[in-house]
Design a protein around this ligand. Structure first.
Ligand code: PRP
Ligand code: MG
Length: 173
């Protein structure tokens, strides 16, 4: 099965000229969703991870089943004001303006081996911020794994030195 065939391209969303990679068509296909999660989990199996971290919201869709498949815990990174206990916060740049992400301070213990799982690597901004949060807590980021990579946005440049793994690559909109 070809995972790329299950991902829908929606032209001109959210604005003209953008070809949005819609994962809802993949995840509502039982076989496709299972294959994507299995492949992500298989790659991480040899990395001996203690925890999966997933950024809200689409990182939850892939991160939680991958954690379940590996039998390890899942830690959410959330948009501001959602986590109830003490948080570590990071502000990072977007194309226009800034955004904020948060993680529970006690969610990761120093030295734990952590993989970040998300649906998409675009500019790398979200992941670079997530890496900083994990490292602030003393976690060791051992892999960054994505279903989709938009290679023309050069997200890997922001993630230099980390093990970046992607299943489906697009080299243009
Ligand atoms: C999307 C996607 C990734 C991020 C990738 O999330 O799910 O998390 O953008 O872009 P980047 O590499 O340029 O940071 P988005 O913030 O749109 O929100 P969502 O997951 O809540 O839909
Ligand atoms: Mg996201």
């Amino acid at each position: 099965m070809n995972l790329e065939e299950k991902i829908r391209n929606v032209q001109d969303f959210p604005k003209e000229g953008i070809g949005f990679k819609d994962i809802t068509t993949l995840i509502c296909d039982g076989e496709g969703f299972k294959l994507a999660v299995d492949r992500m989990a298989d790659y991480l199996r040899e990395k001996r991870v203690d925890l999966i971290v997933g950024p809200e919201a689409r990182g939850f869709i892939f991160g939680t089943p991958v954690a379940y498949a590996l039998g390890v815990g899942f830690v959410p990174i959330r948009k501001p004001g959602k986590l109830p206990s003490e948080v570590e916060t990071i502000e990072y740049d977007l194309e226009y303006g800034t955004d904020i992400l948060e993680i529970h301070r006690d969610a990761i213990k120093p030295g734990q081996r952590v993989a970040i799982v998300d649906d998409l690597l675009a500019t790398g901004g979200t992941t670079a911020a997530a890496v900083k949060l994990i490292e602030k807590l003393g976690g060791q980021v051992v892999c960054l794994e994505f279903l989709i990579e938009l290679t023309f946005l050069n997200g890997r440049d922001k993630l230099d030195g980390y093990d970046v793994q992607t299943l489906v690559q697009y080299d243009s909109e």
